[in-house]
Design a protein around this ligand. Structure first.
Ligand code: G6P
Length: 368
């Protein structure tokens, strides 16, 4: 049917606020109270998953960032080597595919030309199996892959991807657990992640409740020309996705860096005209991140930090330090992208850009 914006001014905003609902949809029938169900991945899956010794992920744009987060998850929880590459590179270079590789394409549309070409090339090279994590039933990637894990986010109209991203991550966390169980993850560890997943829609709801605060903060960005997004670990790809959102719809130059790399270049750019946005959940890397932020502060940079509520940074006022509830570690990427989606949305609205149809971009790039 024809999608409608309902009460929302833009599809992107509607789709952002749909996330708690579509994440629930994505989890539906795939988890019990404590376990990830094998049926989540289709009838042929169990036998294939048993044999996976390496994972190769291929995607473009926002879907590539889901892949980047997944690499951190798969290597951490499943202990299986995982590589991620943008499809336009993978398809044109001499690639080596490890024995018993599960090749995963990630795509909202299932029609991205580069991703499809990369899948076809990898199949020719020889794979254990291919899987697509996709939002569009019957799409080319779904038809040409051995397994498919549908994100079930419903039609996404805004060119800047929101709900497709968080449902990709949700689905890929399920897949991570399925692989991890076969590689020594304990039942207790599985239960911990599944229990967290049951809380996910509510946590995303809480992050969305920050909307009015973020709308205010967006005023401080409207006249900026550059910005730097920082994160560490699986929050680095979230910084990348936050930067991509801001670029796509507000046309502000945004770069993302793993915070530990600051001193190897970007620190030279820091001055009062360049806002620095950091995502700082409460995890093992928080202390390291905070010391990176101190370096920025000492050089006169204007910091905007999205942090766990227990973090009390310097004397940042509430336009510069936004608190989020404590999130189970495996869910941090999914929850912390929400405020960054909202930030880019409000900055774009203030700048008067065409939020749902940004200049020069297409929802789905089906030709090379
Ligand atoms: C285009 C869209 C992006 C999207 C990318 C990959 O660039 O504008 O929002 O992330 O394609 O699309 P896919 O459908 O393969 O996820």
């Amino acid at each position: 049917g024809t999608a409608s914006k309902g009460e929302y001014k833009h599809f992107m905003l509607k789709e952002t606020f749909e996330q708690p609902t579509v994440i629930k949809q994505c989890l539906e029938g795939r988890i019990s109270a404590t376990k990830v169900l094998d049926q989540a991945f289709g009838v042929k899956a169990a036998d294939i998953l048993d044999q996976v010794e390496a994972v190769q992920i291929i995607a473009c744009g926002t879907s590539y960032h889901s892949g980047m987060v997944t690499k951190y998850w798969i290597e951490k929880y499943a202990g299986i080597p995982c590589q991620v590459e943008v499809a336009s590179e993978f398809r044109y270079r001499h690639t080596v595919i490890a024995k018993n590789t599960l090749l995963i394409t990630i795509s909202q549309s299932g029609e991205t030309a580069d991703t499809l070409a990369a899948l076809r090339k990898a199949k020719e090279q020889g794979l254990l199996a291919s899987m697509t994590v996709c939002n569009v039933p019957g799409s080319s990637l779904v038809r040409e892959s051995d397994l498919c894990l549908m994100t079930n986010a419903g039609p996404e109209i805004g060119v800047a991807s929101t709900k497709a991203f968080t449902t990709q991550l949700t689905a890929l966390l399920l897949l991570t657990v399925a692989l991890a169980k076969r590689n020594g993850m304990s039942e207790a560890a599985e239960t911990e992640i599944v229990t967290a997943l049951h809380q996910l829609p509510g946590l995303v709801e809480k992050a969305l409740a920050l909307d009015p605060v973020i709308e205010k903060i967006s005023q401080l960005f409207a006249d900026k020309h550059h910005s730097l997004f920082l994160g560490r670990g699986p929050m680095y790809p979230i910084a990348q996705e936050g930067a991509l959102k801001l670029k796509e719809i507000s046309y502000i130059h945004a770069e993302a860096y793993p915070a530990g790399e600051l001193k190897h270049g970007p620190l030279a750019l820091v001055d009062e005209d360049m806002p620095i946005i950091a995502v700082a959940p409460k995890n093992d890397l928080l202390e390291k991140l905070v010391s990176n932020l101190e370096e920025v502060k000492a050089r006169g940079g204007e910091l905007f930090v999205f942090a766990d509520e227990s973090v009390n940074l310097y004397d940042l006022d509430d336009q510069h330090l936004v608190s989020l509830p404590t999130v189970p570690c495996c869910l941090e990427p999914i929850v912390y992208i929400i405020p960054l989606q909202l930030l880019s949305y409000h900055v774009a609205v203030l700048k008067g850009t065409d939020v749902d149809q940004p200049r020069n971009l297409a929802k789905s790039v089906t030709v090379e």
